[in-house]
Structure formats: structure tokens, C-alpha cells
Ligand binder design. Sequence first.
Ligand code: 13P
Length: 285
Amino acid sequence: MKAPGTHFFCLTASVAARRIRASLMIKKSAQKIVVANWKMHGNLKQNQALLETYIRTLNNLPNTQVVVCAPYPYLAQLQSLLADTDIAWGAQNIARMERGAYTGEVSAEMLRDFGSTYVIIGHSERSTAYCESDENIAQKFMVAKKYGLTPILCVGETLIEREAGMQENVVTKQLDTIIRMYGAQVFAEAVISYEPIWAIGTGLAATPAQATEMHKFIHDKIAALDEAAADRLKILYGGSVNPQNAVQLMVVKNCDGGLIGRCSLNAQEFEQICAAAEQASQFER
Ligand code: 13P
């Protein structure tokens, strides 16, 4: 696994490389991130088989950071199997408080204890089912950063909101809460995943045109407030990514990779999606 410091160094180095390539007018390639969101699936035996295949096929991809986000009880298993690999891991949720009498919660510090470096924040399957407010999500985002975890913040609209043409308003509201509470600079070294809720688990992914529009919107919104932060922010796409649509979604401008649900549970499909990320990394960001 890349240490967070190494990750920062790589980003800094890649920014420098990007500038050199831009000055030479050469097409730049860009590092991608592909995150497996296992959701509430798996058991020790199945996970081991899946992880062994991940390690065999996905360790040390030259242009793609692979991340596995598993249910909490399996973090120790991820740590023991992935510790000597380049594959990073993390959780699918985090407490907004640092510690205390909060029965059932799991803190950022606890995730760090098991070697996690990433955490998914504000996934719609949580924010809808557990009525998480944008303020709570913002607090989780910041507590993750405070403990050196890379937050993967999920944003996106429902089908009704899209049909009403409200997608930009919805994402604006989700991002503005964090910006108002902590400033746009907190998006540096963070990940935002554009996940239209209507695309999650439905088999109906956003079209490349829809993804292009929303990724540009998110990038430009942060860049207008803090260009350096926008340059160091990664923006992923999530929602029914599969081996057939992965390349076309990941070559979208301002798309730095994918957040993958169902297909991450199938080693072969996940490998094909990571191969698509490798291919997409050869295109201009
Ligand atoms: P699917 O890939 O199953 O649509 O799930 C997407 C998702 O929710 C990733 O977080």
C-alpha cells in the first residue's frame, strides 16, 4: 500500500509532471482511483478468495490506485492480506465524533488502527436510510481528514431531481455545507464521487455526456473558490459501472476513476474495470 505521505508526494510529483508535459504540449496521462464498495456483502471465506484474486491481478497497477472499502468487521482481514501490497483499504462509514459514549459507532482513529487510508462518506444508501444531514456528513468528512484518512464524499441527485433539472442545485447544496463549515481548501487531497442515485444498483449508468457535465460542474465549483484544491481533488463516477461502460465513463474529462458496487464482488469484472481505468489513464484528464 502507498503510505499517505507517499501518496502526497506522488500527487505533488504528478502535478509537476503534468506541468512539464503541458509545457511540452504532450498529452498527459493521469492516475486513476478505482474503489470497490463491497457494501454489506461477504464473509471471511469469500473475502479471502476475492482478495487473493485482487492481489494476483491488481497489485501494482502502474496508473491506478485500487481501494477496497469493506464492512467494519473485515478491516483486520484486509489489513492482514493487503498490508504488503499496493492495494489500499478502508471503510464505508465513520462516526462524526472522535470518541465517547456513542454506542455502535466506529471512529476515524479505530479505522486507522486497522491501517485504513480511505473512507466513504455520505453514501446515499446511508444518508437516505439513516437520515444523515449534510452537516453530519460535513463533520464526518473533516474528522476523516483530521485522522489522515482520504474521504470519498458521495454526491448526486435522485431521479425526480434529475427529471426536474435540479442536479446541479442538489450537488451545490451538498458541497456548500462543507465549504460553508470548513472552506473549499479541504477538498485538496480528497475524493468526491458523483453518484447519481438513480444509477446506483439499477444497471442504468449515467451517459458520458451526463457525467461530463456533472464532473465539470463539480471541478469548476471548487476551482472557482480554490484552484489549487481543485487541482489536487479527485472526482470519481459511481453508479452501475461495469466492464462494458467503464472506459467511456472514465475517459470523461475531470473523471479520475470509479466507485464500484456490484461489479467489485466479481473478481473478473472488477479486474476488467481496473483495466479500463488503466486504459483511460492514457487520456487527457
Ligand atoms: P453499483 O455499482 O452496484 O451501481 O453501486 C454503486 C455504488 O453505490 C458505489 O458506491
